[in-house]
Design a protein. Structure first.
Length: 244
């Protein structure tokens, strides 16, 4: 089900939005007066639009937490629009988002992919390291007893891959797994210079273990998929990179 604002409801209190340009997904988990956003978009302008649009689903609440799945510009450079929001990432990502060298690299990558130079510069200047980093698994408590699992399953797509597992809020509600770019549906998985292909299949095995057979898997780009799709993509990675 898709709202007028483009938000697709996946389960009670769980939604996602596909952003234009790079078809990057952001996720939203709502619980009373708190909400977790998964990824932030590619620029401060885009992040601001996401924050404003999320209000329509929050019933007077606000985004209180932000999880960054990995340090690529289309997922993290919108974080500058979320001042005052507690931010999480995989351990090690703080060295990329919190250093001048890391911000310069994000700026250059964003411009190379077509983001306006001024917007890229603004977003890179406002980039900040997460306050909390996850080395294994961390359970985040939201209002009303809702709990969300943040799991560092990398390195794989990058050196710092975080997935967000949202258990179903009732017996018939599915678990939802926000995969970042460990899984992509709208194209083949992208393995850039920071990817670790030999570890990627193991990351997908762990992702499947965390979500289970009946979960909804939300790629970083593209339509929501099932466990069979994730397993098939794992097999493709094996074939492409000669690992098992």
């Amino acid at each position: 089900m898709t709202d007028d604002g483009g938000w697709e409801r996946l389960a009670p209190g769980v939604a996602r939005l596909r952003l234009p340009a790079w078809d990057c997904t952001v996720g939203l988990v709502t619980a009373g007066g708190t909400a977790l956003l998964v990824d932030a978009g590619a620029s401060v302008r885009e992040g601001s639009a996401v924050r404003a649009g999320a209000r329509s689903l929050l019933d007077g609440g606000r985004v209180t937490h932000l999880a960054l799945t990995h340090p690529h510009f289309d997922h993290v450079l919108g974080a500058g629009a979320f001042a005052g929001v507690t931010t999480y990432g995989a351990v090690g990502v703080e060295g990329l988002l919190g250093s001048p060298e890391g911000r310069t690299s994000l700026y250059a990558d964003a411009v190379r992919h077509g983001l306006d130079e001024g917007e890229a510069a603004q977003a890179a200047d406002l980039a900040r390291a997460p306050e909390h980093t996850v080395s294994g698994e961390f359970t985040l408590g939201l209002d009303g007893g809702r709990r969300v699992l943040l799991a560092n399953v990398g390195p794989a797509h990058t050196g710092h891959d975080l997935v967000v597992v949202v258990p179903g809020a009732g017996p018939s509600a599915p678990t939802v797994v926000f995969c970042g770019d460990l899984v992509e549906e709208s194209g083949p998985p992208q393995a850039g210079p920071d990817a670790v292909p030999a570890r990627w299949p193991d990351a997908l095995d762990r992702l499947l273990d965390l979500g289970g057979e009946d979960a909804l898997y939300v790629p970083g780009h593209g339509a929501v998929v099932d466990a069979a799709f994730v397993r098939a993509q794992r097999a493709e990675l094996d074939a492409a990179h000669g690992v098992s």
